[in-house]
Write a protein that binds this ligand. Structure first.
Ligand code: ADP
Ligand SMILES: CSC[C@H]1O[C@H](OP(=O)(O)O)[C@H](O)[C@@H]1O
Length: 400
């Protein structure tokens, strides 16, 4: 075992089992197996299973650096406590969409939680062609509930500021500021893309309208404190089946602009919309439509029934906010599309495409769509985005 801090010890499969027994979370006499299944960029995830019953628990452990970057990028262990607290917070507002936390320990940087192995990670499921008919309706409800109940419209403003203080998360926010809002927009900063995308990347770096709008979006991310966000709401952070949806991995949680969560989810659906053909594409368009409908419907219902602001009845206030959320979301979605295409952290949706020409066409489309969403976020709506993708498919020399 490697020792990093006086009270921090990295778990192994064997010590994870000992810990689970010591905590009384598994039967002390059970025959247990343990496997490290972490496939994310930052942490280790131990799956402990009772071999007789197949019942399991998950122990997630942070290490004092970003797993994918190595010890050259030291990273606070506090992210584990932020994640555990965020799961508990979000579950208090929508238990149907958030796993249960059984135990957490800030020193060991662990969160012990409900095993969701009966569900599938949505990104892998969508790539495999699985269908999740309730997914976007559920995620729309999840974002509406978490963003409304943690805002000044529901919490007493000084109580909200206290929650915001608990979720101050500068090191994880810095990852987003660098990886999403900075590096992908400057030629001289780190990036990763196919040589065939060089011209498309240059068009972004040299487009001063894009760069100015990204500066505004980054400022919004850094300064607005509208609600407690998940902070990394991509399809790899969601488990689902045909009937159930659970959101995991909120270690990037912080008080920020609501449009950020909306935009991350939107962009990650758009990767699928761009990379699919025919009926598969239409399925994603339906998901996009359902997501936005569900978010706006649920948020409006909460506004009308649970709003404590003295301004809640002012005509035009709710439509003003919904328009702002959409505008911000489209801008943030544009940044996510671009960073996952030419930045350091890619998505499998595009990278698994086997035919090189088709892959480059798809990636060129995500770059163009990203720039469009950033620059035209005021005037675009979901049908216009869908129409743009359809037109792109018609005019592109290779199918997208
Ligand atoms: N509650 C859970 N139940 C089952 N598997 C899980 C659970 N949480 C995480 N995992 C598995 O571990 C992987 C990585 O978890 P994640 O929280 O995304 O880690 P990271 O913070 O490193 O991104 C997930 O893709 C999933 O396969
Ligand atoms: C070096 S971190 C890059 C990237 O990874 C995070 O995702 P995840 O924790 O789900 O693997 C996050 O999106 C960061 O921007």
């Amino acid at each position: 075992m490697t020792q990093y801090h006086s009270n921090f010890t990295r778990l192994t499969n064997a010590t994870a089992i000992i810990l689970a027994k010591k905590l009384g979370l598994v039967d002390a006499d059970a025959n247990l197996s343990c496997k490290e299944i972490g496939d994310g960029n930052l942490n280790y995830v131990f799956h402990i299973t009772d071999t007789a019953t197949n019942n399991g628990i998950i122990i997630k452990q942070a290490v004092p650096y970003a797993k994918v970057l190595g010890e050259s990028w030291p990273l606070t262990l506090k992210r584990a406590a932020i994640e555990a607290n965020a799961l508990i917070h979000f579950r208090s507002y929508c238990p149907e969409f958030v796993p249960q936390v059984y135990y957490s320990d800030e020193q060991l940087a662990i969160t012990v939680m409900e095993d969701l192995s009966h569900l599938k990670i949505v990104r892998s499921g969508l790539i495999a062609g699985d269908s999740f008919p309730l997914l976007s309706q559920h995620i729309g409800e999840y974002v509406a509930k978490t963003s409304f109940y943690t805002s000044d419209y529901h919490l007493e403003p000084s109580a909200k500021k206290e929650v915001a203080r608990q979720f101050t998360n500068p090191e994880l926010c810095k990852i987003t500021e660098v990886f999403i809002f900075t590096d992908p927009f400057f030629e001289e900063l780190p990036g990763d893309f196919e040589v065939e995308l060089t011209d498309a990347a240059k068009r972004i770096w040299h487009d001063q309208d894009v760069i100015l709008e990204v500066a505004k979006l980054k400022q919004s991310f850094e300064t607005e404190q509208e609600a407690l966000l998940h902070g990394d709401l991509h399809t790899g952070s969601i488990f689902a089946s045909e009937t159930e949806t659970k959101v995991i991995d909120p270690e990037f949680a912080f008080y920020g602009p609501v449009g950020f969560d909306l935009g991350q989810y939107t962009a990650n659906l758009l990767f699928q919309a761009v990379s699919r053909n025919g009926a598969g594409k239409e399925e994603i368009f339906t998901q996009l439509d359902e997501f936005w409908r569900s978010f706006e419907k649920t948020y409006s219902e909460l506004w009308n029934t649970h709003n404590k602001s003295p301004f809640r009845h002012v005509t035009g206030y709710l439509p003003y906010l919904l328009t702002k959320f959409k505008r911000d979301a489209f801008g943030f979605a544009g940044c996510e599309l671009i960073r996952r295409t030419i930045g350091l952290s890619h998505v499998a949706d595009l990278n698994v495409m086997e035919d090189k020409e088709t892959k480059i066409a798809a990636k060129t489309a995500t770059l163009k769509l990203g720039a469009l969403l950033i620059k035209k976020r005021e005037e675009l709506d979901v049908p216009a985005v869908i129409e743009w993708i359809k037109q792109q498919t018609l005019t592109s020399s290779s199918p997208l």
